[in-house]
Write a protein of this length. Sequence first.
Length: 384
Amino acid sequence: MKYFEMDNKDKILFAEYNGVMLPKSYSNEHKAYFSVRNSILMTDFSHYGMVKISGGDAWRLLNYLISADISSIRDEQLLYTLLLDKEGKIMSDAYVLCDNEHYFLISEWMNSELLCQHVQKVFDEEEQSENYQIDTITPLSSNWRMICLEGPYAWEVLSEIFGMDIIGLPFHEFMYVNEDVIVMRVGKHGEYCYHIMGEEGKLIQLWQNLSALAEKYDLEIGGIDDLKNIRLENPCWEPQVINPFSRCPIELQMQWAISYDKDEFIGLEAIKQRSENGVTQKIVGARIINVHEDPHISEGDEVYYKNEKIGVVIQAGYSFILNNYVGRILLKREFAYVDIDDYKIKTANGDINFITTSIPFVNNLSLIINPTENSYLEREYINN
């Protein structure tokens, strides 16, 4: 996006995501965090890869590519899924949008060209035997962008721009609000969340229109890394965090994104075999106890039960809303249960006590907000 109207542009930190330079952070972490939890955060998500696949057998090709069952959605619906390799390990997560005679495949972790190359490679390998009827596999042009609005009142600010229809948009459905501008209701972090994708010029205008409502709704503009704390509390697939430890959906408790009863998809046999044999480790949450300052827990710190090493720390950090340090740990399967407080994390500064918990760690405000009854403009109290 072109940030020509942003105040204090010289203070914005930029970084590269999927080959796209985007704001890393606009404001302090605390301010961005509570905007997601209590009002609205707007972020440029133009690092998402977007590919359009059309043709009579587009659904067949995609159904072979993804772990979920594409037959479960119809026009104007979408689904969350995984892209697996032949060993049944996660390459990326993705969304698939069903749009009449074609589909969109969207991924946060692969740019449009790389995502398109992956689809094309599978098509080329399978086309002779399967005889797929595919018209186009096309990366959306370089001037397509994406905006994310996330927070318990994201629906309300969008209703001022697009009208009341946006309030009735169900989870995992999408709608056209303009030619080549799509609003989809998604959400990996438990809040009301909308991704808007379209041609850059139209999204620049939308960005400006939403920015004009910022003061009215306490809307904050954030960078990609401003979501770091949110993703600690409501974890999603993050390759830079997870990949060093595991890419197995079962170990990561993501088997809900797999349709085992499909006839075929990439990685099916491997993941079925792993499911039948059982895995040796699983991920669980950890809430640090009896600690009143930063415990300096590092990725890879070992977890022990008595004198036995039973796992490692994947990620740890501070939860603003819980006022506590939390983390994710990968434990041997026989130890991977919740509400256990007999384990210890061995850090460079000594042993740390914790209790195992389920994930996610927080109950989001969005779970109790009803667009037909609540309004940010009429709220009585917001805890921040």
